[in-house]
Design a binder for this molecule. Sequence first.
Ligand code: GLY
Length: 315
Amino acid sequence: MRANYQNKTVEIIVRDDCIKSITSYFNENIRYLLIADERVHSLYGQYFPTIEDFYLVKPGEGSKTIEEALKIIKFMLDNNFQKEDQIIAFGGGVVGDLAGFVASVYKRGIKYINIPTTIIAQVDSSIGGKVGVNFEGYKNQIGTFYHPEMIIVDPSLLKTLPEQEILSGFGEIVKYGALFDRQICTDIMKERFDISRGIYRCIEFKIKITEIDEFDTGKRQLLNFGHTIGHAIEAKYKLAHGIAIGYGMYLESKNEEIKKTLEAIGFNFNIEFKGLYPYIAKDKKIHGNKITLIDLKELGRADLREGYINEFIHQ
Ligand code: GLY
């Protein structure tokens, strides 16, 4: 697949088990720095025998900081990385966003390849060029748009994902189903969802929406479905991102089919989330008292609508 953006065409490869021949995608005349999640590297590091330089990052959101970015930049300067050298990001969204951010600023920008290893990173965060770090407790406050040269997706890597990460990833997959393709939800409900094909389908949607609206000023905001309440749940109840978004999608839309789809993958709707309004009111997408919301007309068909923050006063 190819994603065509204003100043860049990104090649996106989706292939089961391609990790085993991953070095065939690299150019032997290029020096690469492999920036990898520690856990993922301990499981799959042996597939990168030709890469001599690597920098390991601790798993989790705690690594997505400007301090970590500066440490990587210092490492690269100390090890004499040049403008023509490239970065390979190997991990989930944290590693992709962090390594992509470093690539975007190191010597005013060097090329990078992204190899996402979680569902969320494979279907969402690796595509569309958003890179950056968190700052002072707030997500993605420092960042830019910077596309990789290539995104290599191997769904077989998901076999070693921790259970909570799988549930969280399915939250994002249901989001694509709810917004663009009810078949995804139907297949999940009927337990005939094929993860590799499903990932491919979600990537097609992500490419389409980010090609139409690369800089997130219009239709791309549809991808914020569930995020107004979801981010509040994530902040208050410390749930994984996709899980919080799953609950957020139901609470924002009250769509019973979304609820059933999420229940089919293990969401528990006996939990009651309370006191969310103060968190919702801090949403960075609010302008004055207005906020862009998602109007889910039916499963698979959605539009943007202008809403008001006080719609959430009782949450
Ligand atoms: N993750 C939402 C976006 O890429 O716009």
